[in-house]
Write a new protein. Structure first.
Lengths: 246, 86, 219
């Protein structure tokens, strides 16, 4: 069975810190076996179907072959054995940043929706007119200062998304402020993982506000995840895994 | 207190040692890893904690102070040749 | 419970193999165990509040007691657990004689958070309650040479010595000396949970000290 796996730079497991044997030429990487019973998900080879990838976005994306008993949980696939087949070269720092930016623009949709619901049309128009992220942030901040409740929340998220995509933290909206400290560096993969989650969360929060019901969160969150998966699938040529016979 | 099913960053920094020691149950571990996966500062924090441990491990390569070592060897020889209290 | 019930790791087995040689008066074997354990013994003696000279005295006394009691040591037990139990007794005795503060295995006192709460958004924040307000570096781009050499190493050692004794004891055994959780719990008579809390507090303080040293404190 073929699946996907995100790894840290150098084909290293983010949590296991395990150095995966890499393919060379046309030869797949060596097989790696789980060291203990599969029931305890700490051991076993972890991998993802495309739909599970978004929770685990990282610096490198690999195609992996799985063997032996495979357990599919909600979050991931766990197999007895696996080997790396090839790296998805299209997923690099530039693509990750592009994806993060694409997610950031999506946060505008939810801000707009929330502004229109409370009749703040001028602020909505200003947001709509933004063609670059700096303008998006400025418009979102301005709208945020003029609104309350869900409109303040969703415009806040939009402004935060721009900051996060630029490697800053939420509410670091003053881009003119010079940095006097050594700024920690985040990888584009880390930023992409973060933005995708934050904007999906914003989508969930907007769904809650629109429906006046907490129960609406999941559908809103998942719908945004579907869009994100579509972006990645198309850009990276992801294919759905073909399940091995049970 | 800390919510292990949907931890905040503040929860994460309190759970790190338990996580590294294998003290979280499978669902807590998944929630922990999911959070760290999408949270750059927590990724950094986990990495820092791991580094503290690995730096600590290098401290055990110290030498025994020479004077002390000689004194101990002398004590050993005295014990060896001295009256055996058996 | 001298060493019994402790899982015998490879290191343990190797150490225990040296014991018969010690009993026969093999000086080379004694040299090996001295080299292997004395640095950690000195560090741990310091943790009991003793100065450098007193720590050396305690270590010396410990080795003498070990030699005198060798024939009573059962080779299937853990040598190092036994050794450090003797060290603990000697160090405590000396500490009491000098009226220094003696480390207690309890958890009373310090309940301060691992990271100052000013580094997180407050609980009533509409979007980011409990989340980091600041970036946090991974230190991955900082090479080992910078962290392990000269001044950094000394500062790290100083930071360990500045820890409350009960935190330092667990940290030195677990992270510096590589003992397992089981071994530490047996030696210090701690539950796994309590041991983990002490280790947690030690590591978080040392992380903060290292962060400050590296000059990356955004506060």
């Amino acid at each position: 069975m073929r699946a996907y796996k995100f790894l840290a730079l150098g084909a290293v497991g983010r949590f296991s810190e395990f150095s995966w044997p890499q393919p060379s030429g046309s030869e797949p990487g060596a097989w790696v076996a789980a060291t203990a019973q599969l029931a305890d998900c700490r051991h076993g080879v972890h991998a993802c179907s495309p739909g599970q990838l978004l929770d685990w976005i990282d610096d490198e994306l690999w195609e992996i072959e799985l063997e032996g008993q495979i357990v599919a949980s909600e979050a991931m696939l766990v197999a007895e054995r696996g080997r790396l087949l090839k790296r998805i070269a299209e997923w690099d720092g530039a693509t990750a940043q592009e994806f993060a930016d694409a997610c950031t623009w999506r946060s505008r949709d939810y801000a707009l929706s929330s502004l229109r619901r409370v009749g703040l049309t001028a602020e909505a128009e200003r947001l709509l007119a933004a063609v670059e992220l700096g303008e998006l942030q400025a418009g979102a901040v301005s709208a945020h200062e003029r609104s309350t409740g869900s409109a303040a929340e969703l415009t806040g998220f939009a402004a935060d998304a721009v900051a996060l995509a630029a490697g800053r933290r939420p509410e670091m909206w003053d881009t003119a402020r010079p940095s006097t400290l050594r700024e920690p560096v985040q990888t584009p993969g880390a930023i992409a993982a973060n933005l995708a989650f934050v904007v999906a969360h914003a989508a969930g929060r907007e769904a809650v506000a629109a429906a006046s019901s907490e129960a609406a969160y999941d559908a809103g969150f998942r719908a945004e995840r579907v869009w994100q998966l579509g972006w990645l699938s198309e850009r990276l040529g992801l294919v759905n895994v073909i399940s091995a016979e049970a | 207190m800390s919510d292990r099913s949907a931890p905040s960053c503040q929860d994460i920094v309190e759970l790190v040692t338990e996580y590294l020691d294998g003290g979280l149950d499978p669902s807590e571990r998944l929630a922990f890893e999911r959070h760290v996966s999408i949270c750059p500062p927590c990724r950094g924090y986990l990495s820092q904690l791991r580094r503290v441990s690995s730096v600590a491990g290098t401290l055990s390569e110290d030498d025994v102070p020479e004077r002390l070592r000689e004194s101990l060897l002398k004590a050993f020889r005295d014990w060896k040749t001295g009256p055996k209290g058996r | 419970m001298g060493g019994e019930g402790v899982v015998a790791s490879d290191a343990n087995r190797e150490e225990s193999r040296l014991v018969p040689a010690l009993k026969l008066g093999d000086e080379a074997a004694f040299g090996q165990v001295v080299d292997r354990f004395t640095p950690a013994m000195l560090r741990l003696a310091r943790v009991y509040g003793l100065g450098a000279d007193a720590a050396e005295d305690v270590v010396q006394e410990t080795w003498l007691r070990v030699l005198r009691s060798l024939d009573r040591f059962e080779e299937r037990s853990s040598f190092r657990t036994w050794l450090f139990a003797i060290l603990g007794n000697c160090a405590r005795g000396r500490s009491e004689a000098e009226r220094r503060s003696v480390p207690v295995a309890g958890l009373e006192g310090d309940a301060s958070p691992a990271v100052d709460e000013s580094r997180f958004f407050p609980a009533d924040h509409p979007r980011w309650a409990g989340m980091w307000t600041t970036l946090v570096d991974s230190w991955e781009t900082i090479p080992d040479e910078r962290l392990l050499a000269g001044e950094a190493r000394e500062r790290f050692r100083d930071a360990i010595e500045a820890l409350p004794a009960r935190y330092a004891t667990v940290f030195v055994l677990r992270d510096v000396e590589g003992w397992s959780s089981d071994e530490v719990c047996v030696l210090l008579d701690l539950s796994p949970e309590n041991q983990r809390v002490l280790l947690h507090r030690a590591r978080t303080r040392l992380r903060a000290a290292l962060e400050q040293y590296l000059g990356a404190d955004p506060a």
